[in-house]
Design a protein around this ligand. Structure first.
Ligand code: C2E
Ligand code: CA
Ligand code: CA
Length: 846
């Protein structure tokens, strides 16, 4: 997963904040809930108690009314028979003035033992009363009047005896004030009443009449509904039989079961209430509990059961039901708001964190982005630090600065390195890689052919060795300068190797090609003048490649031009060659041979053969020439085949050294076994060996190791190397000769300009090339040359060896014209020493 620093920081901040706030909030909540449940308890207790109190007060009204009437009657000694007129006034006053507000008090009445009756009944409009009478004035019929005075009756009932009414009976029976059961109104069967009856007694404690105050039961409901703090709760009252007396609802507690004849009115049980909460609470009534709670529709309801009793026979219970929401509803709501606030706060903090962490992450991101750009293309994009905002954190500013510095330094290094790679330090020309890069933007014509010239300096190493490195470099530089000044536009020039310059012409006609090759070959005929040094002639060979160039074939072109150059060099100094496909094949064959030679060297497949050198005067063997042989798995291979390849590949160096050591060792052993100590060993050395700076040291070491006397060793140098390597070789030859080693010039007479250089050398021996010897007897010209060489050798005070004597006639002739030594199949073929005759060499004559 990959999350940004910014997001992570904001998230952590917000998370911490939420955690902290929720923790503190939940702690708070717990203590709040403790407080809350106490508060709940109190609220419900108080509600219950206030309901209980209110109901008690409600029930106290009839009791008070009766008590007042009783006081009035007894203190005023109002006559209670046969006419009850004197009761009208006080009864009216009590109802309308003393108990005005208690509309529940429906009616008040009095009946004496004779059945006379007076009552005031509240009208349905609740404000006014009407009078009911049954006394002497009404001829003992029951009459009801529209007002509170006797007038035309609105209702007359013949046979109404109050003494049969439940309240009268109860008071008479008990002899003290008493609450009646709930009963049906005599005049309206759908109305339930409850009466408080107070018996009046004479001195003999005989009941003389009964005062009654009536409560309409349905008023209880209204009363309960008016109770404060109920809200979504409910209250209900049940009697001792658990029948509903009232509930906080507008529905009646009465139920009417009517048949065709009768109409039965009864009170509902709580389970029959229209209020669900009352129905649910009903089942707790039988359990004799004071408190209970239950769930209704997922809401918790708390319930309380309180007694409502008095000495007057009342034995009810009040049940108060309050839903939890009413108690702590707001608090829960607040709690929710607090949590929402916490989350909003956290969101705010997260946004703030997001905003401010930008100051940290932005520079880091920028550095990272820059590093990436930089990594992709350091030279193009560079690194441009931008000032982000007004301020930055010290750490990130430091990071930006450090990266900036590093980038700048890297760019500088890159530039340097890439320049170094593109340009050649010595000449300022393009390097090989630089040429490759330059070719990407090089314009050349696809319709025409292109020409690549490779100019190789011949023998530059020797020049370098003689004039020193610094002057050598200056020489290279002035060669580059000369080449550059001769260049037409759009021609690329590069120094592709140490002594190799390459030119690429974008458009060359076939007729122009030869001229161009000629021109650049000739431009090396004139000497270069470098600083204090003398004018130096640097011969150069030119390899040419002509065809349709393609960028993808750049490497092939370089290789083929180089092959052509190699061919040119093989033709001799100052030559040129145009590439042909056979050259490639030869080159491949040479490469294969080179690899085989390398293996042969590792597997020690080379052997040294020796060919005797004879003193023509005496016929004695006075020395031998070491000639290397390759015993390859396919048979013996002639050195004429592999020596050129070994020279070209450089393998001649280890091979030549091995031959020198092995030959010296073998001959030294023979001398130790009794051969003459002045036995002359000839070893061929290649020019490449000679120009090695440590060649002298190698020879010295081999002599020391093998204990071969220095004056017993002659190094054979081909005539051709006298021409090019003069300076180096002259001094080397001088040192070798000082050591006691002799030097022979091999194949003398084959090099056409060799005579001009001969005088520079102090050599000890000339070897007449076998081609002269072979032709000498048939060709007077060759005979003359051989004679001349013999005279010349005498002039130089050098010994002479004639090579390739195959016949006795040749030997005789050479002896006759004064040639001292000879070599050839006539005397002996090259062979391993083991194959030599037992005693070919005469021991020293001491
Ligand atoms: P070279 O130095 O002129 O050696 C003389 C060559 O003439 C030898 O050929 C030898 O076998 C051959 N030869 C000797 N007598 C006669 C004869 O009567 N008639 C004919 N036709 N040939 C005769 P080889 O051994 O094949 O060597 C060829 C060349 O290879 C040598 O010519 C020499 O230039 C080179 N070479 C041989 N061994 C070495 C070596 O160890 N180092 C170097 N640098 N070159 C070597
Ligand atoms: Ca030789
Ligand atoms: Ca030779």
């Amino acid at each position: 997963m990959n999350v940004s620093l910014r997001f992570a920081m904001s998230l952590v901040l917000a998370g911490l904040l939420i955690f902290a706030l929720l923790m503190s909030n939940s702690l708070l909540l717990r203590s709040q809930q403790d407080a809350l449940s106490r508060l709940n308890e109190r609220i419900i207790n108080e509600t219950s108690r206030s309901a209980q109190r209110s109901l008690s007060e409600f029930l106290a009204i009839p009791e008070r009314g009766n008590a007042l009437m009783k006081v009035v009657i007894e203190s005023a000694e109002i006559p209670l028979s046969p006419d009850l007129a004197a009761l009208e006034r006080p009864m009216f006053d009590i109802l309308t003035q003393t108990l005005t507000e208690h509309a529940a008090l429906n009616s008040m009445a009095f009946a004496n033992e004779k059945g006379e009756f007076i009552g005031l009944v509240r009208k349905p409009d609740q404000r006014d009363f009407f009078l009911v009478l049954k006394d002497r004035r009404t001829q003992h019929t029951f009459q009801a009047y529209p007002g509170t005075v006797v007038s035309t009756p609105s209702l007359i009932i013949e046979f109404y005896d109050p003494r049969t009414r439940p309240w009268y009976q109860l008071a008479l029976e008990r002899g003290k004030p008493v609450w009646s059961e709930i009963y049906n109104n005599a005049f309206n069967s759908t109305e339930s009443l409850m009466s408080y009856a107070t018996p009046l007694m004479n001195a003999k404690r005989q009941v003389t009449g009964v005062l009654v105050s009536n409560l309409q039961i349905h008023r209880f409901n209204q009363f309960l509904l008016q109770l404060p703090d109920l809200r979504n709760g409910a209250i209900f009252i049940v009697d001792e039989k658990n029948r509903l007396i009232a509930h906080s609802s507008n529905e009646s507690v009465l139920q009417v079961q009517s048949s065709s004849v009768t109409k039965q009115v009864s009170r509902k049980l709580p389970s029959q209430s229209d209020l669900a909460v009352v129905r649910a609470a009903g089942r707790y009534l039988d359990q004799n509990l004071q408190r209970f709670d239950f769930l209704l529709d997922g809401e918790k309801i708390y319930g309380r059961i309180l007694p409502l009793e008095n000495q007057n026979g009342l034995n009810w219970r009040i049940v108060v039901l309050l839903p939890e929401n009413d108690l702590i509803g707001t608090l829960k709501q607040e709690q929710r708001s607090v949590i929402i606030l916490i989350f909003l706060g956290a969101l705010g903090v997260m946004l703030l964190g997001w905003y401010f962490s930008g100051y940290i992450s932005w520079p880091i991101l920028q550095v990272a982005q820059a590093a990436e750009n930089f990594g992709n293309a350091p030279m193009q994009n560079g690194w441009q630090p931008q000032d982000h905002r007004g301020w930055q954190l010290r750490e990130t500013a430091q990071l930006t600065r450090s990266f900036n510095r590093m980038a700048q330094q890297l760019i500088q290094s890159f530039r340097l390195i890439s320049n170094q790679m593109r340009l050649d330090e010595v000449t300022g020309l393009l390097s090989r890689d630089g040429l490759r890069t330059a070719l990407e933007n090089w314009h050349y014509s696809a319709e025409h052919k292109q020409l690549m010239l490779q100019i190789g300096l011949d023998g530059f190493r020797a020049i370098n060795d003689s004039v020193g490195h610094t002057v050598g470099n200056m020489l290279l530089s002035s060669i580059a300068h000369r080449l550059q000044h001769s260049l037409p536009p759009d021609v690329l020039l590069a120094r592709t190797a140490g002594t190799e310059f390459t030119m690429l012409f974008p458009k060359v006609d076939p007729t122009e090609m030869g001229d161009l090759v000629q021109f650049y070959r000739d431009s090396f005929v004139t000497a270069f003048s470098v600083a204090s040094a003398d004018e130096i002639v640097v011969p150069a060979s030119v390899g040419a490649l002509y065809g349709h160039f393609e960028l993808t074939q750049f490497d092939d072109w370089l290789r083929n031009a180089s092959i052509a150059l190699g061919q040119a060099k093989a033709r001799g100094h100052g030559s040129s060659a145009v590439f042909e496909s056979e050259m490639l094949e030869q080159s491949i064959a040479r490469t294969r041979l080179t690899n085989e030679l390398k293996l042969a060297l590792e597997r020690e497949e080379f052997r040294v053969f020796f060919q005797p050198v004879i003193d023509l005067a005496t016929g004695e063997t006075i020395g031998a020439e070491a000639l290397v042989r390759w015993q390859s798995p396919n048979g013996m291979v002639s050195p004429a085949l592999f020596i050129p390849a070994a020279e070209e590949s450089g393998l001649i160096l280890p091979l030549g050294q091995w031959v020198l050591r092995d030959a010296c060792r073998q001959i030294a052993e023979k001398i130790a076994q009794g051969w003459r100590t002045d036995f002359g060993l000839h070893v061929n050395v290649s020019v490449r060996q000679l120009i090695q700076s440590d060649f002298y040291e190698q020879v010295r070491m081999v002599l020391a190791e093998t204990a071969l006397p220095a004056n017993g060793l002659t190094l054979e140098i081909t005539e051709s190397c006298l021409i090019t390597q003069s300076e180096v070789i002259v001094s080397l030859v001088r040192r070798l000769r000082a050591l006691g080693v002799s030097v022979a010039i091999d194949d003398f007479g084959t090099g056409y300009s060799s005579l001009a250089y001969l005088h520079q050398f102090d050599f000890d021996c000339l070897k007449i090339d076998q081609s002269f010897v072979a032709r000498m007897l048939d060709n007077p010209q060759d005979q003359a040359i051989v004679s001349a060489i013999i005279d010349m050798a005498a002039g130089f005070d050098a010994t002479l060896v004639a090579e390739g004597i195959e016949t006795a006639a040749q030997a005789d002739h050479l002896r006759a014209i004064g040639c001292q030594h000879a070599q050839g199949y006539f005397f002996g073929r090259p062979a391993p020493l083991e194959a030599w005759p037992q005693q070919p060499v005469r021991p020293d004559i001491q």
